[in-house]
Design a protein around this ligand. Structure first.
Ligand SMILES: [Zn+2]
Length: 321
């Protein structure tokens, strides 16, 4: 990984002046915001409104955990005014980049905007080899968050907190229009908090509170926000996709014992594990979007973090017994 970034840094030096592919041309009158992953981009563009330009580094449809920056991405980071990134294990490459480019802008980490929760492995889950404790050739840098769950955006109230922080950062960078950035951020944050209230009302019913995922479970913050009782095949976002027979049996028994009619899977999953549990337990499957990234068609159709999470709430209500 480090070698790849070093090579990308070298290439970046020869590419000055090239606009990143697939992003709108820069408007010199506007602040430039660059974000690593979809939720960061979504909160940034909400706070920016039409006052600043936001760009997403992760290509639509790409797996966020294996993303590596291209030379053009590194230039986009170097030249932006505000860089919004997660600050977790999946974008630890950022620290290497920021140490090696002459970055004059401001960097904002999503993990610094909220209270962090530790990674958790629950009963029935399989530990993923290659995740948590094995970080390849990566050494932990100062300030890096280790052992904490990085999926902070999955709770809508955290999403609101990040949106406000982005608005505040833009306001500080462009004081003349500061109140307009703050108003943009506040308008989106208010909608996120209204959605948070709707989820809370839904999960206030005890019979709605147990969820079984035949998949990875990157929803620790979401689960914590509403007191969910959840079971899943794998923790967080490890690479493992083959569960043991014991894991499948445990989750199947949970679905049956709790009388659940849904086994959930997440976006970009082949949902084979969810399918086999659902088939064994006589349940259906449904998608819960964790908003790591969106497909290109969804992005072009105007999908937002808010619309994806509203879709999750609709799916939950539709599956209600
Ligand atoms: Zn993840």
């Amino acid at each position: 990984m480090r070698r790849i970034i070093a090579l990308a840094l070298v290439c970046a030096c020869f590419l000055t002046g090239c606009a990143p592919a697939g992003r709108e041309p820069k408007d010199p009158e506007k602040l430039q915001v660059v974000a690593t992953i979809f939720p960061a981009y979504d909160f940034a563009r909400a706070a920016a409104g039409d006052l600043a330009q936001a760009a997403l580094l992760l290509p639509p449809g790409a797996e966020s955990h294996s993303y590596e920056p291209t030379p053009a991405d590194i230039l986009a980071v170097r030249d932006c005014d505000l860089f919004v990134y997660l600050g977790g294990e999946s974008d630890h490459w950022v620290e290497t980049i920021l140490d090696n480019i002459d970055f004059q802008g401001r960097a904002l980490r999503m993990v610094d905007c909220v209270d962090l929760l530790e990674e958790e492995t629950r009963e029935g889950m399989q530990e993923s080899p290659g995740h948590r404790h094995d970080h390849g050739d990566h050494d932990h840098g100062p300030g890096e968050v280790v052992g904490m769950d990085e999926h902070v955006w999955t709770a809508p109230r955290n999403a609101a907190a990040v949106t406000r922080a982005v608005g505040e950062a833009l306001a500080e960078l462009d004081g003349a229009r500061g109140e307009r950035y703050r108003a943009n951020a506040e308008a989106y944050a208010a909608r996120l908090e209204a959605l948070d209230g709707e989820f809370a009302a839904f999960f206030a019913e005890p019979e709605n509170r147990t969820m079984v995922f035949g998949d990875r479970f990157p929803l620790r913050y979401f689960a914590e926000a509403y007191g969910l009782d959840y079971y899943a095949a794998f923790p967080g976002c490890g690479a493992q996709t083959e569960p043991s027979a014991a894991t499948v049996a445990f989750l199947t028994e949970k679905v049956e014992a709790e009388g659940l009619d849904t086994v959930w899977y997440i976006e970009f999953s082949n949902h084979l594990v969810a399918d086999s549990i659902a088939e064994a337990a006589g349940a259906d499957t449904a998608l819960f979007h964790t908003c790591h990234n969106v497909a290109r068609a969804d992005l072009e159709a105007g999908a937002t973090y808010l619309s994806l999470m509203e879709g999750n709430l609709e799916a939950l209500r539709a599956r209600r017994r």
